[in-house]
Design a protein around this ligand. Structure first.
Ligand SMILES: [Zn+2]
Length: 469
């Protein structure tokens, strides 16, 4: 069987590709691990067959006992291009993704200029990404105050859903929304089936707590000051509003980066049991770090909502295992190092965002493996579930016939420590430097072509935008 890719055709040089086979004793399929041969024709998985059943005309990649798992999907990434490419960009971000086994990412709408709040801005992002992406990608649209009328245009242009902030976003051009704005947006989204992703924090409790901390003369070099300034109640208050709106509009709402376990998880669990269409993610940094361990002045740990204490982390881990949290993302949100204010170490002045793209699999796997969690669960949280959120289920995040041949060859048992050399995003400032990790991505394959192998990148950036199913 021979086939050719669209991009080859576009270049007018139809390149015939051999059929390939990827064989291992440990292939991670939706039914679990099994010895298997993944037959690939062109960009797609043609079949998942018995281990010994290699198609006779296929070039064989035999990985022995290494894990062959689906390419990961990270639905929470801030790329910053166009407009703030000095913060990050498609080229560097997608390299970091490829090195970490992430074959599809979805970019947030706020850090680029123009912000992705209408179809024209989406076109600018598409133009900026052209020829620069090492993995496949998609773009969330933005819901901001006053842009409800632009939402149908973004839906028609193919976004998989929308993102909004219930508190100041840090970006002046991306205005936060109150309940009234949310109603106007949900009116437009009702019936499209597309999710509204929400940064769930309300300003009231945060503003009050911040004034109290300032009045009492607390030291903003201490992580505890920042942690105290953003109480869980501001998050759970926002979640109460989101649950009520998802229920009223019967429109899917997705809570991004859940940080505080209590009482948010109880509220979400109750709503889900009642059939309210609400989903929730947490992020790798809430699972790998705890507030007690964050040194004073270490602003590379600053994100919003904040990393909370070890007991809270335990509850988040348990909620994943219990099925009460649906997925894990990175919320990779870098900035130029100077904006992290490492010189003063003041948490109130530093940019809020953690650089982490591509590091989630080995860092979270180390934590989960010690708890006895299986890699199958990791694949659900980091591939299948986020693919579903971005309306890419069946095409991305799974090893099954008909899916894109996005494959990760993973050695799950190597213990190692993350160093600066392992970071492939633009600015090498990250709390993950020095973190113990488990498992290494050996190879990453995007739609049937190897893009990464043991520290090196291969071919050219050939990632494509993925428009929803
Ligand atoms: Zn974010």
């Amino acid at each position: 069987m021979i086939s050719y890719t669209e991009s080859d055709e576009e270049r007018g040089q139809v390149k015939y590709k051999m059929a390939q086979a990827f064989r291992s004793r440990r292939v991670l399929t939706p039914e679990g691990f099994r010895p298997a041969t993944v037959a690939v024709e062109g960009e797609k998985i043609a079949s998942v067959r018995a281990w010994s059943d290699v198609p006779p005309d296929a070039a064989l990649n035999d990985y022995g006992d290494l894990v062959v798992m689906p390419g990961l999907v990270d639905t929470h990434v801030h790329i910053n291009e166009p407009g703030r490419t000095e913060w990050e960009g498609f080229e560097t971000a997608t390299r970091a993704a490829a090195a970490g086994g992430v074959t599809t990412l979805v970019d947030m709408p706020l850090n680029c200029v123009p912000e992705t709040i209408d179809a024209t801005a989406l076109e600018a992002k598409r133009a900026a990404a052209k020829g620069k992406t090492w993995v496949d990608w998609a773009a969330w649209g933005g819901v901001v105050r006053g842009n409800a009328d632009s939402l149908p245009g973004l839906v028609n242009a193919g976004v998989p859903g929308f993102k909004c902030f219930m508190i100041h976003s840090g970006i002046d051009g991306f205005a936060w929304v109150d309940e009234n704005d949310l109603r106007l947006a949900l009116e437009k989204l009702r019936g499209t089936g597309l999710p509204l992703l929400a940064h769930a924090e309300k300003a009231e409790a945060i503003d009050k707590r911040t004034s109290e901390l300032n009045a009492a003369g607390h030291d903003w070099r201490k992580y505890s000051t920042y942690f105290l300034s953003r109480p869980s109640i501001s998050e759970s208050d926002a979640i109460v509003t989101l649950i009520a709106l998802a229920d009223e509009f019967k429109t899917p709402i997705h809570v991004v980066h859940l940080s505080g376990a209590s009482p948010a998880l109880t509220l979400l669990k109750g709503a889900r049991a009642r059939g309210v269409p609400i989903t929730v993610e947490t992020c790798a940094h809430y699972l790998c770090f705890a507030s007690e361990d964050i040194p004073d002045g270490a602003t590379e740990y600053k994100c919003a909502p904040p990393i909370r204490n070890a007991a809270n982390r335990e509850s988040l881990l348990q909620a994943l295992e219990d099925g009460d949290i649906d997925m894990i993302t990175t919320d990779h949100s870098p900035c130029p190092p100077a904006m992290k204010k490492r010189d003063t170490g003041r948490f109130d002045q530093a940019w809020g965002g953690i650089a982490s793209l591509g590091l989630a699999l080995p860092s979270v796997w180390r934590v989960m493996q010690r708890r006895g969690v299986k890699l199958e669960s990791m694949a659900r949280w980091m591939a299948a579930a986020p693919a579903c959120l971005a309306s890419l289920e069946g095409r991305k995040g799974t090893i099954a016939a008909g899916a894109d041949a996005d494959l990760v060859v993973f050695d799950p048992d190597t213990e190692w420590t993350i160093s600066k050399d392992d970071l492939h995003f633009r600015h090498k400032l990250s709390p993950y430097i020095g973190l113990a990790a488990r498992g290494r991505v050996r190879e990453t394959w995007l739609r049937g072509e190897m893009v990464y192998s043991s520290g090196g990148f291969f071919g050219a950036p050939r990632g494509k935008e993925q428009v929803r199913n």
